[in-house]
Design a binder for this molecule. Structure first.
Ligand SMILES: [Zn+2]
Length: 60
């Protein structure tokens, strides 16, 4: 699995990010965050996540 450097979304079996469309992906990411309901999640607000999905906490 890779993570998008732009929005930190986890990308599986794809060469570009399904959330923001960026091709700037990295295999060096840490901490998996699963956001089910970004509008109600404090963590999603903190990480500026607006679309439900799986995200990395940190990317290199
Ligand atoms: Zn992205």
């Amino acid at each position: 699995m890779k993570a998008c450097r732009q929005c930190k979304a986890i990308v599986k079996n794809a060469t570009k990010c399904p959330i923001c469309g960026s091709e700037d992906l990295t295999e060096k990411w840490y901490g998996l965050v699963i956001v089910l309901n970004p509008e109600k999640s404090q963590l999603a607000k903190l990480l500026n996540i607006k679309v439900a999905g799986e995200y990395a906490l940190n990317v290199d």
